[in-house]
Design a protein around this ligand. Sequence first.
Ligand code: PEP
Ligand code: CO
Length: 460
Amino acid sequence: MQNDSPTANIAEPKNWSPDSWKEFPVKQLPQYPDQNALDEAYRELSELPPLITSWEVRALKKKLADIAAGKGFLLQGGDCAETFADCKSPKIVNLLKVLLQMSFIMIHEMGIPVTRVGRIAGQYAKPRSRDYEIVDGEKIPNYRGDLINSIAPVRDERIADPGRLIEGYHKSALTLNFLRALSDEGFADLHHPEYWELDFMKQNSYYQEYEAMVNSILKAVSFMETIAPNQFDTVQKVNIYTSHEGLNLYYDSAQTRQVPRRKGWYNLSGHMVWLGNRTRDIDGAHVEYLRGIVNPIGIKIGPDYDIKETINLIEKLNPIHEAGKIVLITRFGVDQVEAGLPPLIKRLKKEGMPVVWSCDPMHGNTFATDKNIKTRNFDDILGEIRKTFAIHRSEGSYLGGIHLELTGDNVTECVGGARGLHEGELHHNYKTYCDPRLNYQQSLELAFMIAKEWNESYGA
Ligand code: PEP
Ligand code: CO
């Protein structure tokens, strides 16, 4: 049982402080050439008010503990990389809309609570495969996300700039402020069936199967809105948590605080942080930082994982085996999931480690077209989801979450889906700074398919 009292038993890490990571080898974080400016930005950031609260962190952890026990589902999604320039009303509204609609489809179809976690309000730092790129014959540092440098392909703009830590904080605060306001006042787009754009589903080859689902959702929304609008608010209280990759450790550690009458250290820049697939070295700085915080932690696991090291890593991040602490986000790719996932499930079961199993069907399925455009195929994404459900089902374990890169906008970045977007159309509205995202329609379509797969595995 999860104890949520202020004195709850939480792991108290030995020889740890928010900046003890500085003594460890750090990957994916460039040198800041101006140390004084970095120290100044760090000091300023560490004194600014927190973006979120410790009780929200604990509430999320409790929901994740329920999910680990098979009583709920985690929907985590948003941009691959947020940008400062996109901190704008329509972008935020559209993302909230698509996440809420997806969650509503799931709640309605699966009959369990869905916890929404956005890759939002802080998802500004990116790991890169190469430190440099060649632009017009010149070798310049790679873009690492707006929290670190600028995407402009000019040497000076690519130097790590500590001022961006502060700007990232401000942009996150503005985003979160708007999200909270939209949620508090109730979000009209969710309640009114006329704002649900589901007609495109008619082009889906599975439409016959979905027709009943679509109609019953529209009926439910309309019923709630006309008959019991207040009940709608309480039953489906709009509520969204924030998350980002814990990558730029200056940003995260400066916002890591103790709070009155509670044990432990909280990262108050976002409710959940995750450890990227490229920075999960057990002796590295990122793991050192993450082992000290109370927040739930996601761990990305790709095909190159070592089973023993992964067990040690989970043990290090969750020594008291607290349920709701670790979300294991597998991202093997449609061709490798059958080899990679079963041994991990078996081993964790044997070790008795409680985790929320989540599937990221995006990062193992990226490829470049003949014209060198980075994309993903809807069928591969769905394929990995289906295989992941089937594997968990046959191993007797519970797949409790999905981790997606998506946007509420009408972008053309991933191919396939009901509308049948093809490679030749990718350039129409290709906007991402980093990885290709599902658009509004592809996201809703996937929500139906996830609900269907979940029901086949765990439905009554
Ligand atoms: C990401 O989630 O954007 C990402 C970089 O993922 P991964 O660490 O799994 O490659
Ligand atoms: Co990505």
